[in-house]
Design a protein around this ligand. Structure first.
Ligand SMILES: Nc1ncnc2c1ncn2[C@@H]1O[C@H](COP(=O)(O)OP(=O)(O)OP(=O)(O)O)[C@@H](O)[C@H]1O
Length: 845
């Protein structure tokens, strides 16, 4: 941050210093050459020198005034303290406007001077400079004047850019400092490094939040056009060859008007048949070469465009799969997939296509300018006065278009998210007859999208109108002055025709550049989001490098405090300490929202605790190598997600050769499936283990999916098993089969079970009752019933709700319970009760 701020400020000072030096040199050197520098010490002499028509003193003065204005604006006006946020923001806006206004005024004055010289300067220049030249001194007055003009013009552009960026940066820092301090602070435009440092963590936090980071934390992750161009670096070879081909093609294009002019002169002004024929042949040859090299250039650029597209998608996908879970809590899947599909294509297409056009246009423009200067420097100057106008229109439009483009993508992503949500939950939509409201929601989103799209279309129309008018106006002006020069005998008709063709060629080059600029700025809108994601570092690291030779499976929570990053104000776990000994089966029960699943997520390291530690075998869980940890700690969740691939590949998900591990053998896969009660039904499929599960396992029942998920966990031979309501979504029959498998696999493993059903938890070695992120009770089923606390109440409520005839003997609560199905041994038939601890819990809460 500090570097960037310093860079802008340093760049501003550097450009101002260079400009002052060059302009001073170019203003004083001619006077020195003429031996009249001494007159500068007299005020009268200075006025006289300034009035010389080819003097550069006015440019020098203008440059000094401009630099002074910009620096004064930043230092004096900008350091005034503001009271309110709006005041400060308005002040920065004023300063930026002032800087822009100063630069534009200077640029207009410079262009005005160039026009006046081009129209009025006599052919023999000013005698005084002619005398200097004839006296043998190497001095060309006009060239120096144009150098001074060009230098001042260029520097004013650079100063404008750096100064505005500098002010923007300062505004962001000032805002961050205010937010960090949460108190009224003065808002100097040139912040101290202290302020920058204060703003830093705040901004980093904002960036970490996700897709909306740039809105909160400035433009750190914003892709700039130069960043987009850098993305093409790996294709540098192809681009270089394409560029060379483009240069040759541009040279050929630039030669066409030249030979056209000669053909006209040899046909009419100085008739010469043989020269006429040979020039025509050369013209055809030049045109043919131009065509061939244009083809080579286009082909190579298209090739690199496709490579870039693939590279972008790979980079983005790589970045996405590394993201921590909190990222997916705050970013919609629709938005993310839109980045991956349309935005990457937009970026790569726009970049390569526009690099192609940009290179061609720049080369073409440079060559054409040389030819134009050779044909007529006056007409060239007039042509160039109008160019900044076109550029200004393009830049203003570009910014607006970029904003609209970003808005449009966001609207589209939102509409897609709604559609995706509805389509992926079609059964729920139909079951609730929510088709109409779903359609209405989608229509609303589409309407907002259409509104932005209409704005974008109108913006494009306006730009097209202006962009078409300006080149034609330019042609008319050039034709007028060119015609006058021909009438005055200063130019041949052939040269005027050549010049007009050059000018058209230049116009098309600039037009293309303007188009490229606006298209690139549109690509920046898409690239902003893509680059933001590619560059984003995951908040939860991929883990350490520890791979111990054995693992007992002891889990310990040491005073863990946790809240979800997306809801920092809502504590989920508050000072939780618990120990699960190796081989123990521990059940977590408690009211809904109490934090049970969050405990499992912390063990899985989907999230990091806010404070405290989660230990596995007395070491912080983050120290273990991620891949190894995922094999040792297996999770079976309530709704297992199967992928559109074979049953076999679903079972060994994450253990394939591409994952960098030795894939399990067929025997191991089948053994895992047998233990999960899945082998028989899998073999019942026509293709057995090669049967495709289709997207999200749509062709399998809930129980079948769950058993494949259990096999998936078992094939890893985990030491720790996490069962997060693994049977709660199943019907009684499926639950029976799945529960039987679970009972079997729990043996000899540390198992943490979350269950709402009494049948699942009552035989656990230890039952931990969690409510509001705090351990309320710990004990076994009988002990907790006897204690008559929250667990006993939960059980009581459950039995009442289920209408069960079962009764517990519970002296303290007075509950009478019986029923062999519930009280049966572990591994036995313990699944007949459909009563839910959750139901009871809701009332307890
Ligand atoms: N991804 C998330 N982002 C933000 N808050 C969350 C997230 N997941 C859960 N929560 C919140 O954390 C709290 C604890 O949720 P958790 O899923 O751990 O409860 P639970 O005890 O497992 O509940 P249940 O028994 O209903 O599954 C709840 O208030 C919930 O709203």
């Amino acid at each position: 941050m500090r570097g960037r701020t310093s860079l802008y400020t340093v760049a501003l000072y550097a450009v101002s210093a260079v400009e002052t030096l060059i302009c001073t040199g170019l203003a004083l050197y001619p006077l020195h050459q003429l031996g009249i520098l001494g007159q500068l010490s007299h005020f009268k002499g200075l006025i006289q020198l300034y009035s010389l028509s080819l003097s550069n003193l006015d440019i020098w003065l203008l440059s000094i005034l401009k630099n002074a204005c910009i620096l004064i604006l930043i230092h004096v006006h900008g350091t005034r303290p503001g009271q309110e946020e709006e005041e400060i923001s308005a002040m920065y806006k004023k300063v930026r406007r002032g800087i822009r206004g100063t630069c534009i005024t200077a640029q207009l004055l410079l262009l005005g001077k160039a026009t006046v010289i081009a129209i009025n300067a006599p052919d023999n220049l000013v005698p005084i400079f002619m005398n200097a030249a004839s006296s043998g001194k190497p001095f060309v007055g006009l060239v120096m004047m144009f150098s001074a003009l060009f230098c001042c013009l260029l520097c004013s552009f650079l100063e404008g850019m750096t100064a505005v960026q500098s002010v923007r940066r300062m505004q962001t820092l000032s805002k961050e400092a205010r937010e960090a301090n949460n108190e009224d602070v003065t808002a100097p435009l040139l912040p101290s490094y202290d302020q920058e440092e204060k703003g830093k963590p705040h901004k980093e936090k904002a960036v970490k939040k996700g897709l909306s980071a740039s809105a909160a934390g400035g433009n750190k992750n914003n892709a700039t056009i130069s960043e987009l161009l850098l993305l093409s670096r790996p294709d540098a070879v192809f681009n270089c060859i394409a560029l060379t081909a483009g240069c040759v093609a541009a040279l050929c294009t630039a030669l066409v008007p030249y030979y056209t002019g000669l053909v006209i002169d040899f046909a009419s002004i100085e008739p010469d048949r043989s020269k006429f024929v040979s020039t025509c042949l050369i013209l055809v040859l030049v045109a043919a070469l131009g065509g061939i090299f244009t083809g080579i250039r286009g082909c190579l650029f298209s090739f690199s465009m496709n490579r870039l597209n693939v590279r972008l998608r790979k980079g983005l996908f790589h970045s996405l799969v590394q993201m921590e879970m909190a990222f997916f809590d705050t970013n919609k899947v629709g938005d993310i997939s839109s980045r991956l599909s349309s935005d990457t294509t937009a970026v790569s297409d726009q970049i390569s296509l526009n690099i192609n056009v940009m290179m061609r246009s720049i080369t073409q423009a440079l060559l054409v300018i040389v030819f134009m200067l050779a044909a007529s420097w006056r007409l060239t100057t007039i042509t160039f006065v109008l160019i900044p106008l076109v550029m200004t229109v393009s830049s203003v439009y570009g910014k607006y278009y970029q904003k609209l483009s970003k808005e449009l993508r966001t609207e589209l992503a939102e509409a897609n998210a709604v559609a995706e949500e509805v389509l992926s939950a079609m059964s729920t939509v139909k079951a609730h007859a929510a088709q109409d409201s779903s359609e209405a929601a989608y229509h609303t989103k589409l309407e907002s999208y259409s509104k932005v799209m209409i704005k974008q279309v109108l913006a494009y129309c306006l730009f097209a109108v202006i962009n078409t008018f300006l080149p034609n106006a330019l042609s008319a002006a050039v034709l007028f002055y060119g015609g006058t020069f021909v009438l005055e005998g200063k130019m041949s008709p052939g040269s005027l025709v050549s010049f007009m063709l050059y000018q058209q060629s230049l116009s098309s080059a600039f037009q293309a550049m303007a188009d490229v600029y606006s298209a690139l700025t549109a690509a920046v809108g898409a690239a902003d989001k893509v680059m933001e994601l590619i560059k984003r570092k995951p908040e939860v690291s991929q883990g350490g490098s520890l791979i111990p030779s054995s693992l007992t499976g002891r889990i310990e929570f040491q005073n863990v405090v946790f809240n979800y990053p997306s809801r920092p104000e809502a504590p989920v776990i508050q000072g939780l300490s618990l120990i699960v000994n190796p081989g123990e089966v521990v059940a977590l029960v408690g009211p809904s929202g109490g934090g049970k699943s969050s405990i499992v997520r912390l063990i899985e390291r989907f999230y990091l605790p806010t404070s405290g530690q989660v230990l596995l075998d007395e070491r912080d869980i983050g120290m273990y190598k991620n891949k190894w940890l995922r094999q040792q700690v297996a999770l079976v969740s309530q709704e297992p997600v199967l992928c559109a691939r074979s049953v076999r590949r679903n079972i060994i998900y994450g253990l394939e050769a591409e994952d960098g591990v030795e894939p399990p053998s067929n025997e191991e896969i089948e053994e895992a499936a047998r233990q999960a009660n899945a082998h028989d039904f899998i073999m019942g499929f026509p293709d057995g283990y090669e049967t495709n599960c289709w997207e999200k396992g749509t062709q399998l029942s809930g129980g079948q999916k769950q058993r494949i998920a259990i096999a998936r966990a078992l094939v890893r031979k985990p030491r720790v098993l996490l069962l997060d309501e693994a049977t709660s979504a199943l019907d009684a029959d499926s639950e029976a089969v799945v529960q039987e498998a679970l009972d079997r696999i729990m043996a000899n493993r540390t198992t943490l079970v979350i269950a709402h059903r009494l049948s699942t938890v009552q035989h656990a070695d230890k039952i931990i009752v969690i409510a509001k992120g705090v351990v309320q009770e710990v004990g076994n089923h009988e002990g907790l019933l006897a204690a008559g606390g929250m667990y006993a109440t939960l059980v009581k409520r459950q039995l009442q709700r289920s209408g069960s005839t079962m009764s517990f003997s519970n002296p303290s609560t007075g509950l009478e319970a019986s029923g062999s199905s519930i009280l049966g041994p572990r591994g036995g038939s313990r699944f007949t009760s459909q009563a839910s601890l959750l139901n009871g819990a809701e009332q307890v809460d």
